[in-house]
Design a protein around this ligand. Sequence first.
Ligand SMILES: C[S@@+](CC[C@H](N)C(=O)[O-])C[C@H]1O[C@@H](n2cnc3c(N)ncnc32)[C@H](O)[C@@H]1O
Length: 266
Amino acid sequence: MNQHATFDTWTAAAAYDAYMGRWSRLIAQSFVDWLDVPVGAHWLEVGCGTGALTQEVVSRCAPASLMAVDPMAEFVACASTRIPDSCAEFRVAAAPDLPVQTGTADVATAGLVLNDVADPVAALKAMARAVRPGGTVSFYVWDYAGGGMGMIDAFWSTASLLDPAADILDEAVRYGQCSQSGLLRLCAQAGLEAEATAIETTTEFSDFNDFWAGFRHGDGAAPGYCDSLTRDQRMALKTRLETEVGEHGAVRLPARAWALKAQVAA
Ligand SMILES: C[S@@+](CC[C@H](N)C(=O)[O-])C[C@H]1O[C@@H](n2cnc3c(N)ncnc32)[C@H](O)[C@@H]1O
């Protein structure tokens, strides 16, 4: 899904949390409830980042074991410090090369990851390989294609008004498969018959500066683009965005993720 990857590296844990982790956490709560996995299961999490989904799995599902992997060593260190639970093990690793034996997990999951990986079908196949027959492969991503992540959609719509070159970076374009039908198709390509549901929340910022701060200090495509602008270009973008999302008081924008789950064939 990531053929126009630019500014996509996720590195700084604190910046990631302020920009994205706090919203992923909100989705993770509903996602884990929707998965409805019995306590005592063996979990594999791909792309754990700073542990937004990991924390929900540990506290809501009481897993027997949880292997959480991410290619970014700083994220893995952050997540393992935050979640010292003895059931959880953290490793630096990336899909599709997952450090788990075939058919040993009850559930494989991933939050906000599959749009980021070079070959999402290979990643899904690797997750399915790790899961026992009858177990579950699951994930969620923002509804990028439908403009469902309001904060990011507002950013790129405004950036494109001022800079036509921003068009190609727009996550709605680059992650066009992140629609309900696109994601179901992706699962089918990986041999998984999935069901999908929308999970909705609200990203709420105390004021415009709180909203803007994520783009200035955050990590990922939009903050990276913002950082690449000259000071004058950035100020123009900030002023225009302020007009678009609201100059006074709290900024509230809708956020929708698609959640998918599929049972691995027996
Ligand atoms: C947007 S962050 C999501 C982090 C966390 N799951 C959350 O919900 O906050 C995307 C994560 O995917 C990781 N990632 C990127 N490519 C990956 C791959 N091939 N396998 C596993 N993780 C990957 C990144 O390092 C990053 O931590």
